[in-house]
Unconditional design. Structure first.
Length: 462
């Protein structure tokens, strides 16, 4: 049970984050770029998969001559990194070619390899220790994704596409046999568009909805059947970049909002800023989300990042081609809803959340733009509510039932909108899949008749 605390606040600036990223650690994968090492995968890591414990990296030949590329596993990556010997090795990878995608589930790893043309090992499958399972002749320049099928039942397999195709191709997960081909796979092209510079694909593991990168854009299609989609749409119309590779994405089914992470890569120049390149959009409507990196910073790079989300641990891995590292983050989403009441000076009372929603994580709520000389606090419930308060000001209660109030604070003596308060607590165990709604309130001048309430914020504990 949370215990009330009294907080005295003067003034601070606050922003409302919708996606909070808690940095859990960074894995140095540079040793896989040293040709003398048995885990050598190429000059740079171009593709990556993460299952919450292990990382697989696949390489790119970023030099002016024919070279070697492959795949290597780094076991227990965050705690005791242990490299295995590279597999899926090609000794004749052309310059500026290599692996374009990896994906992993509980039993297999699948890979897309781009030779610059059709290759016998364009799409391959391996067990989790790198034992070969099957290969499909293809040009694997457009990523790969394990397709859960329609409602996780119909037409499961290994999905991929390729330049010049407007369809999702599907291989049998166990044998590699064709299920659907470039002639009859489901159409993933947006109506009226012809661009087929596909770069990556991923799936919602629950619904089978497909998400893709194409010439820097983000495209999505709703699953309507095993080999059928509907509502093919451009989620983000980014600056066109047909010839720029390593445009990737990850679908994250997490918390109160499902989101998609992707890299805005209009060019390959060095010096691109992490926070400018990495973007996040809400899956339900494509709205851009605000990312709170919680103090994490990264060295600038070429904008070439790959993403892999593990739903079991609620963590996202992001590989950095230029700096040869993989960063691991806990992903927490905060769903804003309802109406922020207008307070003194015309300032809306704003509530935001940040932190790690996993058990033992630190969770912080921030109330900002409150009136001076006032009493504020936080109210918590189990569901959203939209009940009007019986006081002047047109304010609403946004939590129900009212479970408890916490974090009572006094605002300072500065101007209107300067009031600010925070509440931080440790997430207890046993809240899995439970919802918590929160709202801030402020009694302006300490008067109940002048109560002002914030928007609501909902979280779903993973």
């Amino acid at each position: 049970m949370l215990r009330a605390s009294l907080v005295f606040i003067t003034f601070a600036a606050a922003s409302i984050a919708q996606v909070s990223m808690t940095h859990l650690g960074t894995v140095d994968v540079a040793s896989a770029s040293i040709s003398a090492n048995p885990q050598f995968t190429g000059t740079n890591p171009s593709a990556m998969a993460w299952n919450g414990t292990d990382i697989w990296v696949a390489g790119f030949n970023n030099q002016g001559a024919i070279g070697t590329t492959g795949i290597a596993k780094c076991g227990t990556a965050l705690t005791a990194p242990t490299w295995g010997t590279a597999f899926g090795v090609s000794l004749v990878t052309p310059s500026l070619r290599g692996y374009s995608g990896l994906d992993v589930d509980g039993t297999r790893l699948v890979a897309a390899y781009d030779f610059g043309a059709i290759d016998p090992n364009g799409i391959t499958a391996w067990d989790l220790n790198g034992t070969f399972l099957w290969a499909k002749s293809a040009r694997g320049g457009s990523g790969v994704g394990i397709d859960p099928g329609f409602v996780t039942v119909i037409d499961q397999g290994t999905g991929w596409t390729t330049f010049g195709s407007g369809r999702r191709v599907l291989q049998d997960n166990g044998t590699g046999a064709d299920i659907y081909t470039t002639a009859n796979g489901m159409i993933i092209q947006v109506t009226g568009q012809t661009n087929t510079f596909w770069r990556d694909m991923t799936f919602d593991p629950l619904t089978g909805d497909i998400w893709l990168r194409r010439s820097n854009d983000v495209v999505a299609c709703d699953r309507a059947g095993g080999n059928l989609v509907a509502n093919a749409r451009m989620v983000v119309d980014a600056p066109a970049a047909d010839s720029v590779n390593q445009q990737n994405l990850a679908f994250c089914r997490t918390g109160a909002e499902n989101v998609v992470f992707w890299n805005l890569r209009s060019g390959a120049a060095n010096g691109q800023v992490w926070t400018n390149v990495i973007q996040c959009n809400r899956a339900s409507d494509g709205a851009a989300m605000t990312i709170d990196w919680r103090g994490f910073t990264s060295i600038n790079g070429s904008g070439a990042y790959d993403f892999s989300f593990d739903e079991t641990t609620n963590t996202l891995a992001i590989s950095d081609f230029s700096n040869k590292v993989v960063h691991i983050f806990a992903v927490s989403t905060f769903k804003n809803y309802g109406t922020a009441c207008i307070g003194a000076g015309g300032f809306p009372l704003l509530l935001g959340g940040s932190g790690d929603l996993r058990p033992a994580g630190q969770l912080t709520y921030t109330l900002s733009q409150a009136a001076p000389f006032s009493l504020g606090g936080f109210a918590f419930g189990a569901t959203q509510d939209f009940t009007p308060l019986p006081f002047p000001g047109g304010c609403f209660v946004h939590v129900a039932p009212l479970l408890f109030t916490e974090g009572i604070f006094f605002t300072g003596v500065l101007g209107n909108g300067s009031g600010f308060g925070t509440l931080t607590f440790t997430v207890p165990a046993g809240l899995n899949n439970q919802s918590l709604t929160a709202q801030g309130f402020c009694l302006e001048n300490g008067d109940l008749a002048q109560i002002r309430t914030s928007n609501g914020v909902e979280v779903l504990f993973p």
